[in-house]
Design a protein around this ligand. Structure first.
Ligand code: GDP
Ligand code: IMO
Ligand code: MG
Length: 427
């Protein structure tokens, strides 16, 4: 039985949530392995829209067991507000299993996220302000709080005190903010302990046992390759490893246990927050992509920056994640253009690059070199097989496949769960 990892191939918001959800009840376990509630994954079922931030996207498929892995950072308020929001809409889902080793985002992480951004001024990252970066910093600094710490009040208090010692100096003396009381903070964190306890597991063991039993396990990435702290456009990245290899550390499985690596790529490109984006459009074409594609952030509501498909960006992701398949989303958004530019190279100060340049400053100076593909006018949202697509649309997909260096196994033609074309089954 296969296990599969789903990874964003660009800068996020490619439609990972929909792609994950649409694999449906064929998935026995859906595991989030990185990030936190900086993610916004949209799923549309029978015209009803659900946006999940922390909960795994498999949660709406009731036969799927969902797991929040050790690599995720968990805001406990968000966990329960998301579960309550589903329940108040009449959608009763099983509580996800939670890794005992996952780290907790505390309110002080959010405060630090926001003040750091303010102090960075024009060098800011444009974070989601959810405290994700500071929670990962604490993890690496060995002053983080883990889910398992909630079950030992005295240990928790010591850890909160240790974590706040330096932060309180910083908050008061540098950032002019109020001190955080460690006792009150400990109590706040403890208030979730009883509720979460029955769901906390050694998730690496649960996942490996499931694989031993031949279950289908889907590792759901958040963010994307180019937001990866090691492989992305650093420092304009998130603070974790969304790449496929991140599933090994973030869920606790060996690399030989993952059979398929699926990249989710939008038929054009978007980005939220700061950082280089060579094919970004600042004109009416960009506005048109934004309006047709409804490109507004699912987490912060920010306007997404829009641009043409950048083959260098996706090719790099294909290589580093060893994608076995690509799922091309939002192809329907491109209906109605006379011709569609696709970036096939960069001009960096007069020098041509056919793959992503090595250094960040080259990426910042990259001017896209476009190839122009013929457009199509037909509405393709009811297409359910590759043959249903107009000839120019088929040629667009085929060209992207060649440029990316990976076969395109699925195509999204609308936000709904059923609005996809399957070329090669992923499971
Ligand atoms: P994620 O973060 O990768 O899960 O993606 P988001 O949910 O943030 O953003 C993707 C947006 O595109 C959502 O509004 C989806 O409902 C929508 N979407 C996903 N796939 C398609 C598609 O094939 N066509 C169209 N038109 N919209 C899609
Ligand atoms: P999904 O899973 C798009 C971006 C932020 C910012 C940078 C760092 O929905 O694709 P952070 O809050 O993580 O410290 O912000 O990363 N970012 C995303 N952009 N989609 C996401 O998630 C993102 N998660 C973080 O905008 O530029
Ligand atoms: Mg998103």
């Amino acid at each position: 039985m296969p296990s599969i990892v789903v990874v964003g191939a660009q800068w996020g918001d490619e439609g990972k949530g929909k792609a994950t959800d649409s694999l449906g009840n064929r998935v026995d376990y859906c595991v989030r392995y990185s990030g936190g509630n900086n993610a916004g994954h949209t799923i549309v079922v029978d015209g009803e829209k659900f946006i999940l931030h922390l909960l795994p996207s498999g949660i709406l498929n009731l036969n799927t067991t969902t797991i929040i892995g050790n690599g995720v950072v968990i805001d406990l308020d968000v966990l329960y507000s998301e579960l309550n929001a589903l329940s108040s809409r009449g959608v009763e889902v099983p509580h996800p299993l939670i890794s005992a080793n996952a780290h907790v985002i505390a309110p002080y992480h959010q405060t630090i996220d926001k003040v750091t951004e303010r102090f960075l001024g024009k060098h800011r990252i444009g974070t989601t302000g959810r405290g994700v970066g500071p929670a990962y910093s604490d993890k690496v600094n060995r002053i983080g709080i883990r889910v398992q710490d909630l079950f030992d009040a005295s240990i928790l208090r010591q850890k909160v005190e240790a974590s706040l010692e330096q932060k309180n100096h910083l908050l008061v003396k540098i950032y002019n903010r109020r001190e955080v009381d460690p006792i009150q903070m400990t109590e706040l964190l403890l208030s979730h302990a009883d509720r979460i306890r029955p769901h906390v597991v050694d998730s690496a063991r649960v996942i490996n046992d499931a694989l031993d039993d031949g279950k289908v396990v889907l590792f759901e990435g958040a963010q994307a390759h180019h937001l990866d702290v090691d492989h992305g456009t650093y420092p304009y990245v998130t603070s974790s490893n969304p790449i496929a290899a991140g599933a090994c550390t973030g869920a606790g499985v060996g690399p030989t246990r993952i059979d398929r690596s699926v990249g989710i790529a939008k038929a054009y490109t978007t980005r939220v927050g700061e950082g280089p984006f060579p094919t970004e459009l600042f004109d009416a074409d960009g506005d048109r992509l934004r309006e047709t594609g409804a490109e507004y952030g699912a987490t912060t509501g920010r306007t997404r920056r829009c641009g043409w498909f950048d083959a260098l960006v996706v090719e790099q992701a294909c290589k580093v994640n060893a994608f076995t398949d690509l799922f091309l989303t939002k192809l329907d958004v491109l209906s109605g253009w006379d011709r569609i530019p696709v970036c096939v190279g960069y001009d960096v100060r007069g020098e041509r690059h056919d793959v992503m340049p090595m250094t960040q400053s080259e990426v910042h100076h990259a001017k896209p070199i476009y190839e122009y593909l013929a457009g199509w006018t037909e509405d393709i949202s009811s297409a359910r097989s590759f043959d249903d697509l107009p000839a120019n649309c088929q040629a667009y997909v085929k060209r992207l496949e060649v440029l990316s260096g990976c076969r395109i196994s699925g195509i999204g033609v609308g936000p709904g769960r059923e609005e996809s074309i399957v070329i090669n089954e992923l499971l």
